[in-house]
Write a protein that binds this ligand. Structure first.
Ligand code: SME
Length: 153
C-alpha cells in the first residue's frame, strides 16, 4: 500500500538528488514534511559539534526557537546526541529532561542521522497533538535520514 510516507520518501530522494546546496535541500525537506503531514507542526535539523558536545540548529520550518544551541545530554535532542537512538515522546509534560520550545507542543520525535555509523545530528519534529507519533513515523524518518546521509559522504 502506498502511504503518504512512501510518497514523501520518494519526493525527498528527488530533492536530495537535485542541484541545490545541502542547506537548501534540508530546508526543502523541512517544508515538505511540515506541509504534507498534518501532525508535523515543527520540523528541523540539529547538527552535532562532537568536540564541544553541542547541537546547533540547522534548517527548520515552524515557529522560531530560542534553542539554537543545545548541550549534549540536555532535552530530548541532547539525549539523542548521547544515546544514538530514536526518542519518541508521547507526552512532553511527562519528561523531566525536556526543553520546551513552545507551550503548544504536546509530543515530539527525534531521530538520529548517521553517516558511516557516526551520529552527526538529528531530525526533530514537534506536534501540537498528544501521542502524535507512531512506529510508522519512526520508520519513515529513519529511512529519510538514511537517504540524507548520502549528502555527507
Ligand atoms: N524540545 C527539544 C528542544 C528543541 S525544540 O523542540 C525545537 C528538546 O527537548 O530537546
Amino acid at each position: 500500500m502506498q502511504t503518504i510516507y512512501t510518497l514523501l520518501v520518494a519526493e525527498a530522494k528527488q530533492l536530495i538528488a537535485g542541484e541545490a546546496s545541502i542547506t537548501e535541500k534540508l530546508q526543502a525537506i523541512c517544508d515538505l514534511l511540515a506541509n504534507k503531514v498534518t501532525h508535523y507542526d515543527w520540523v528541523g535539523f540539529y547538527f552535532a559539534d562532537a568536540e564541544q558536545r553541542l547541537l546547533h540548529l540547522g534548517p527548520y520550518t515552524g515557529e522560531a526557537t530560542d534553542h539554537t544551541v543545545i548541550p549534549f545530554g540536555k532535552g530530548i535532542c541532547g539525549q539523542v546526541a548521547v544515546s544514538n537512538q530514536t526518542f519518541l515522546v508521547d507526552d512532553v509534560t511527562a519528561q523531566d529532561n525536556y526543553i520546551a520550545c513552545s507551550m503548544t507542543v504536546k509530543s515530539e520525535i527525534v531521530v538520529p542521522l548517521f553517516v558511516n555509523g557516526k551520529n552527526i545530528g538529528q531530525i526533530d519534529i514537534d506536534s501540537h497533538t498528544l501521542n502524535a507519533f507512531t512506529q510508522e513515523d519512526q520508520l519513515f524518518l529513519e529511512k529519510l535520514n538514511q537517504a540524507l546521509a548520502t549528502l555527507y559522504v
